[in-house]
Ligand binder design. Structure first.
Ligand SMILES: Nc1ncnc2c1ncn2[C@@H]1O[C@H](COP(=O)(O)OP(=O)(O)OP(=O)(O)O)[C@@H](O)[C@H]1O
Length: 198
């Protein structure tokens, strides 16, 4: 199903977080959301996910659909290990051996997978969040600066893993500098800066 956004807008306490924005994301398409810091990229993602209520505008094609996300702050269960984090989401409850195979593809060893996530590095946690989103049964995926902070070689592996495991699902990717656009062919939406904080 296509996703259509018309004149979606959001302010916090009279300060504009997202200027009116409109676009159509065709079924199976990829949209890169770009723009300066504070331009409303994360706000747009949260509005599309139904986590924040818009002040105006309409959203169609998302209601009742299964959504998956890589949040800026990962939102992992820190006391659980990587496979246990994946097993918690619908679609992720697979044999541990299979999950270890997925983690190996993004450079996480069996030893890494035995540790509680709280003991992993920032880049390792990021990869757990990415694998969890991709193995979920979500129909639409929202990734907020997913590859930030990964070294070049790891990034290449994770990008290739993402391209393989997306399985033609619609995807919205926030990218600060447009640097992730080599991931998959997709449309671009550039949000202009905050009107109150130019
Ligand atoms: N919950 C909130 N309460 C008040 N203001 C908010 C809230 N969330 C976002 N804002 C403000 O809305 C504006 C847009 O924020 P948002 O996080 O969407 O920008 P962004 O483009 O994702 O920025 P960055 O690239 O720095 O992550 C900012 O001025 C921010 O301070």
């Amino acid at each position: 199903m296509d996703i259509e956004v018309r004149d979606l807008t959001k302010s916090y306490g009279g300060r504009v977080a997202l200027r009116p924005v409109s676009f159509c994301l065709p079924q199976g398409g990829v949209l890169y959301v770009m723009g300066a810091s504070g331009g409303g990229k994360t706000t747009l993602l949260h509005l599309m996910m139904g986590l924040v209520r818009p002040d105006g505008g309409t959203l169609t094609g998302l209601s009742g659909r299964r959504l998956g996300a890589v949040f800026q702050e990962n939102r992992l269960c820190e006391q659980l290990d990587a496979p246990e984090n994946v097993a918690l989401v619908p679609g992720g409850d697979r044999p541990r051996r299979e999950l270890l195979g997925h983690f190996a593809r993004v450079g996480l060893t069996e030893a890494d997978c035995k540790k509680p996530v709280s003991q992993l590095s920032g880049g390792q946690k990021r990869r757990v969040a990415i694998v969890r989103a991709l193995l979920s049964d979500a129909e639409v995926l929202f990734f907020d600066e997913p590859f930030k902070g990964l070294d070049a070689e790891t990034r290449r592996r994770v990008v290739s893993y993402t391209a393989q495991e997306r399985r033609a699902r619609s995807m919205v990717i926030v990218t600060h500098d447009g640097g992730d656009r080599d991931l998959l062919p997709g449309a671009e939406l550039v949000l202009s800066g905050n009107v109150n904080n130019p």
